[in-house]
Design a protein around this ligand. Structure first.
Ligand SMILES: [Zn+2]
Ligand SMILES: [Zn+2]
Length: 483
């Protein structure tokens, strides 16, 4: 039964929501017919039809939000122009780049277009394609429950008043059920109403819940610099609203290309995301595990403190064995946030990390997970200091499109600097220290027999783009100035 389109509904979230819709609808119809029979007058019929319409609309948009889905980015997605990958993050699960505004959802297992959040009630993400239906569902539910609350309370007042009633007196069970439904209905008006308010604000500002968080960090990064980061997608509330709230709830646009304000381009936000990611990598530290950790959600054997201070997130708790290497990006008293470094399994290299950019991802990305209660041995390797070139040898900015590569993947490295003299670029294996990988030749560069790339352009060219083809695995060691 739980296959095909029904698969998404067979989950506690949608089943509970459907149950609530059913109870409120049935009880309201029952009470409405007794309290104000629709056949009695025009207004009674109108009242009855209004509730019927709102209840139907709630159900319709609820089912549509589930079946329509948020819109998943095609697997192995690449931008139209290959060199644009330098502005995008790579998703190792979907093995493709993340289009602007897309994020990977761990529960859906795919990159979601204009991801807002994963909603357990619809057991699906809220994203580009179902944003309209989801908002209409919230609005119908809130107004439907508002009408229902009035009808149910009026019915109770009529029953409990001492005046004679025109319908058979209800049993105690019915009375209890109605009072329970009133509670349910008021609960929906308050909680879903709040959610509707936040959704409407998000739509009018044209920024998702995730983008709110990115913008907050962008603001924080610029404190004291006198510069300001402007959200590229907000083109006035009316324009923003029309992108999502259309008559048939189908959104404007393909979920990949977005209309942006002047002075911004398609990659304004993704460049900021990459910069934030790099900031995070700079803070990252590597530890070796000296005491195993179970990865349990109720870590009993690590003491009271750990048990009583759980992190408020549903990210995975990582199981760790002795000798595992973890990369930590955030420190709390009892918990550390970061991820486990993947090792080679047999002969199959899983993934490696670039030295210049230590791999880590944001909290709603797939790879991010919590490291529960481990004890690191100090700070044995500091990525930055171990691999950084001396300043006098490092006149260029080096930006890689991804921090690590998996077999078959591709990383684009952009080098900017002025005056541009030339360089030699190689990738080095983190464990064996051997030069590895291969490079694609681009204008003004030459591939070198020693698995490197040589550039000898002696004019004041300030930027050059190199495309590195993923070999088996590799770590970006450094580049040498070839003056
Ligand atoms: Zn993905
Ligand atoms: Zn999801």
């Amino acid at each position: 039964m739980c296959t095909g389109p029904l698969k998404k509904i067979c989950h506690w979230g949608p089943l509970t929501a459907l149950g609530i819709i059913k109870i409120i609808t049935l009880m309201t119809i029952h009470c409405s017919r007794q309290w104000w029979p629709p056949q009695e007058s025009f207004w009674a019929a109108a009242n009855f039809c209004l509730f019927f319409f709102l209840s139907g609309s709630t159900l319709f948009h609820f089912i549509s939000a589930i079946s329509e889905g948020p819109g998943f980015l095609p697997l192995k997605w690449m931008p139209d122009k290959a060199t644009d990958v330098q502005f995008l993050q790579y998703c190792t699960v979907c093995q493709g780049y993340k289009a602007p505004r897309s994020h990977h959802c761990r529960k859906c297992g795919r990159c979601v277009m204009k991801m807002d959040h994963h909603c357990p009630w619809i057991n699906n993400c809220v994203g580009h394609f179902n944003h309209g239906h989801f908002t209409a569902f919230l609005a119908s539910a809130v107004s439907g429950c508002f009408v229902s609350t009035i009808i149910l309370i009026s019915w109770v007042v009529t029953v409990l008043s001492l005046k004679p009633i025109s319908f058979p007196p209800p049993s105690v069970l019915t009375l209890v059920l109605v009072v329970f439904t009133i509670g349910l209905s008021i609960g929906v008006v308050l909680t879903v109403g709040m959610l509707l308010y936040f959704q409407m604000t998000a739509i009018l500002k044209n920024r998702t819940e995730i983008e709110d968080w990115i913008l907050e960090k962008a603001h924080y990064r610029r404190l004291g610099t006198g510069t300001k980061f402007v959200h590229p997608y907000s083109k006035g509330w009316f324009f923003n609203m029309k992108q999502v709230l259309t008559w048939d709830c189908s959104p404007i646009g393909d979920g990949i290309h977005w209309s942006v304000i002047d002075d911004c381009d398609q990659y304004t936000l993704t460049r900021e995301q990459l910069a934030q990611k790099m900031d995070k990598r700079r803070r990252a530290r590597r530890y070796r595990i000296i005491e195993p950790s179970s990865g349990s959600w109720l870590p009993i054997r690590y003491g009271f403190g750990v048990l009583c201070h759980p992190p408020y997130t549903d990210e995975t708790r990582i199981k760790l064995n002795l000798g595992d290497i973890v990369i930590v990006t955030r420190w709390r008293r009892y918990w550390l946030f970061g991820e486990k470094e993947q090792k080679t399994v047999g002969d199959v290299p899983v993934k490696r990390i670039f030295s210049l950019f230590v791999k880590s991802q944001r909290s709603y990305d797939d790879e991010f997970a919590q490291v529960s209660n481990f004890h690191g041995v100090g700070d044995p390797v500091l990525f930055d200091s171990r691999f950084r070139q001396p300043l006098n040898k490092n006149p260029y900015t080096l930006i890689a499109s991804a921090a690590e590569y998996v077999p078959g993947s591709q990383i684009t490295v952009t080098i900017s600097g002025s005056p541009f003299k030339g360089f030699f670029l190689q990738a080095r294996d983190a464990d064996t220290n051997a030069w590895i990988g291969s490079w694609a030749q681009t204008p003004n560069t030459n591939t070198h027999p020693e698995q490197g790339l040589l550039h000898r352009y002696r004019s004041k060219r300030i930027r050059n783009i190199l495309v590195g083809l993923g070999g088996t695995s590799g770590i970006m060691k450094n580049y040498l100035l070839d003056s």
